[in-house]
Design a protein around this ligand. Structure first.
Ligand code: ADP
Length: 184
């Protein structure tokens, strides 16, 4: 599939047709049906993973993003992948961490709405970055359980849908947090 090593996490009681992986590396290198972009509300590019995705996808991505007229926090919009190995990009806007209980709801909405959109487009493999945990300041310790629990809940509620879900971690610390949480 690609050169980034993925580790499968076996989920107890999980359906055979659904798989969860964690990997460490650059999400723009993943040859999956869809990668998720932790974008900002303008959808016109930014730093971090957003900048990396736009650089790797080329100018076609920005052109298509301009037609979308932004995205609300917690929502998601889909585009093509252009020069990326991934066929599609789902752009979602994570919350800027403020410490209020609304943050967790919005972060969970991001993962959930990305998966709903992926399913609506028949996507069979999707890779997520750790949304909001960079510039948006969400503490990893709080963000990882929200990401993992939301994804696992979605899988339980869509047991008949065949999908591979990858948590793509840029750094070791994030990888280890997912590994520890998901292996429980
Ligand atoms: P946000 O604004 O949502 O916090 P950031 O891009 O600043 O978004 O960070 C989100 C996460 O994406 C962080 O864990 C960061 O380390 C990670 N990240 C940055 N670049 C990449 C990349 N090329 N591939 C995967 N993850 C990345």
């Amino acid at each position: 599939m690609d050169r980034i090593e993925k580790k499968e996490i076996r989920i107890k009681g999980g359906a055979d047709r659904q798989k969860v992986f964690i990997c460490q590396g650059d999400i723009t290198k993943l040859a999956v049906d869809c990668i998720v972009n932790a974008a900002n509300r303008s959808l016109l590019g930014g730093g971090g993973v957003d900048g990396a995705i736009h650089r790797a996808a080329g100018p076609g991505l920005l052109r298509e993003c301009r037609t979308l007229h932004g995205c609300e926090t917690g929502q998601a919009k889909i585009t093509k992948g252009y020069d990326l190995p991934a066929a599609h990009v789902i752009h979602t806007v994570g919350p800027v961490y403020s410490g209020s209980h609304k943050d967790a709801e919005l972060l969970a909405d991001c993962y959930w709405n990305c998966l709903e959109l992926a399913k609506a487009h028949g996507i069979g493999s999707i890779a997520f970055p750790a949304i909001s945990t960079g510039v948006y300041g969400y503490p990893l310790k709080e963000a990882v359980p929200i990401a993992a629990e939301t994804v696992l809940q979605w899988m339980r509620e869509h047991e008949d849908y065949e999908i591979e879900i990858i948590f793509c971690c840029f750094d070791r610390r994030t990888y280890e947090m997912y590994q520890e949480f998901l292996s429980r």
